[in-house]
Ligand binder design. Sequence first.
Ligand code: SF4
Ligand code: FES
Length: 491
Amino acid sequence: MAKTQPIPALVTEASLPGFPRGVQLRQDVTRHRWVLLAPERVLAPDPLALDILLRCDGRTSVAEIVDALVQKYAADRAVVLNDAIAMLQNLRDKKFLIDCRGATTSAGPKIAQPAWTGAAEAAIGESANAHALPIAMLAEITHRCPLQCPYCSNPFDLERSSSELSTEEWKRVIDQAAALGVLQIHFSGGEPLARKDLIDLVAHATGAGLYANLITSGVSLDSERLSALEQAGLSHVQISFQGTEYRDADAIAGFRGAHQRKLEAARLVREIGLPLTVNAVVHRQNLHNLSGLIEMAVELGAARLEVAHVQYLGWALRNRAALIPTMAQFEDATGIVEAARRRLQGTLVIDYVIPDYYAVRPKKCMGGWGEQFFNVSPSGKVLPCHAAESITGLAFDSVRDHPLSWIWNESPAMRKYRGTGWMSEPCKSCEFREIDRGGCRCQAFALTGDASATDPTCTKSPRHAEIAALAMGESGMDDRRFEYRRFSGRA
Ligand code: SF4
Ligand code: FES
């Protein structure tokens, strides 16, 4: 594996392309193909792109790769060079490749064989969207968390530690997930570090061939545990930040001293050499500092920054009046992100999730209900998304009662909104139905009371104008009070 710098921004014939830590070219044995696994990304290269990637061992120059391909395919060198550089530059800009000049690397995997048809750069795309097999599992191993963010994606009815799956039960779920075709596991919560067996679970997941992400608040991450997690095979760490100003960030998290601890955790992650993603949930009370958040991510050495506007479900829906940005704030934020993307190309990849209420068309939530992803709750309930339990009337099957493969393929809740067969108008006859799957089912339920309705964030929804007016109205309120996430009832 390639380790180091320097990293010239432009790929040339002299570049020595290799994979940085946290990016893995692997065989996907379930789907009989190769995949490039990166922090929260799965790419499926076509045969030409793969033929290039398999030669990216950090020691072979682009010129040598191209020469080998010219010989293999009896193709025009200028054409192959152009295709190869375009593809490699694209991956370099996304931080899936580095230039290993001056670095020590290990050899890449061995190759296959086909015919040069050109344009390899177009061949790298997000993994195909067939629903048949899940790509990722969100393992919410606990709902315990030291923070109380008012936009937490956990359900209102938080699950107690007494109901959590045991270590052995989680290991069985992990094995079943790997057998089902899952490629990435996201250890999340609550705060996953609240579980004493996290290191054991990460080791088990990587042993089962899964790419392991840790999604954490960072406040309880120390060097000893991080080192053990790294030894266990952890590939990537995502740390959430509530802002850049200590007092404000701590107030949003509901935890004094949280911001300082997060900064320290991020420093430890970079010090140990793991790739870092900074996750910044943005809203009316912290958007004024968006530029500062971006600079903070650069200073921390993050490879990726997720600027995610709050999605108004669950706890966030309860706190919408205190969180929703004005249209002007949203437009400013979009401009800041676009400018930063241009300025920081090759340094920081910025993912931007816009606030649904200001969208024209909805997003394809979770890549489609039950099509690419599932979430396992602390007690073992399998959900198509983190907010699915907000839809009343759906019953979610548990890994305690059924094998994961049965739940994925047969569970009524998992099948309920899969594909497009459940749609009514206007989605049913809409040209975008395959693209966005009618938007978010949880949002449709939250805003209309009908989970099979068109997501009202779509301009074609009969409820769209009403929702947009509501957002505009609330965003102009001077309401800064939060209802913090908390366990209800008795402990
Ligand atoms: Fe998507 Fe439905 Fe809107 Fe068409 S009507 S754009 S399918 S949400
Ligand atoms: Fe549940 Fe969008 S969050 S479908």
